[in-house]
Write a protein that binds this ligand. Sequence first.
Ligand SMILES: [Zn+2]
Length: 249
Amino acid sequence: MRLTSDLAVIGGGDTGFNISAPLDSHMYLIDGGTDAAIVDAGMGGKYGQTDRILATIKADGVSHDRVSKLFLTHYHADHAGGSADFRSKLGVEVLASPLCAKTLEAGDEETISLPFAKKTGFYPADYVFEPCPATPALVEGATITVGNLQVTAFETNGHSAGHISLLVEGGEKTALISGDLVFWGGTIIAQNIHDCSIQEYAASTIKMSGVQFDAYLPGHFQISLENGKRHIDRAAEQFNKLMIPRNAL
Ligand SMILES: [Zn+2]
């Protein structure tokens, strides 16, 4: 589903679009003309719907041979679990933060708090976090070219460690694809997991409120194609007052 001439939403489950598996985060396509990239991979495996996402990419007018990269915002299974599927079906290079890349390559379920998430019933007990080779290229300030667009990584830990947000420039709208940083209305998802840090959440949010963009494309819930910065600004305002923004869940 095209959002602008160069951005599309190609997947997402019960927290929004319901155009792929129920547990999937939002997934986006960055179409730079000669080259295209996917952002986030959904659950993958038997609980994912990777083939449906691939069909959506084609229906949006992007042939599979143009898709060369998969960017990951962070290692949680609803965002990164489908990486191996996309790599084997499209031959994409998977790009992630160093910690995310290492964790994904090892299929390290402990680090992504999957046993805890399975125990609570959030994920199916037999779900497997499929290992996948990844390039640890997404460090602060790294800019990767996708056709005629530039994608710049910002380290935005807080929701989890090794979390990045991606600023997409050079197209119809400047967009921030923010994974699980901040959601509509300035809410956050802080969880009782080992690598969630309120202090880092605050620092990341305040840092990103200093970056200019129009479209705000988070990993769950409502998106904004204009004036999207207001969501980050609202959360930053709370953090700046010593408060913790409301949880989105
Ligand atoms: Zn997450």
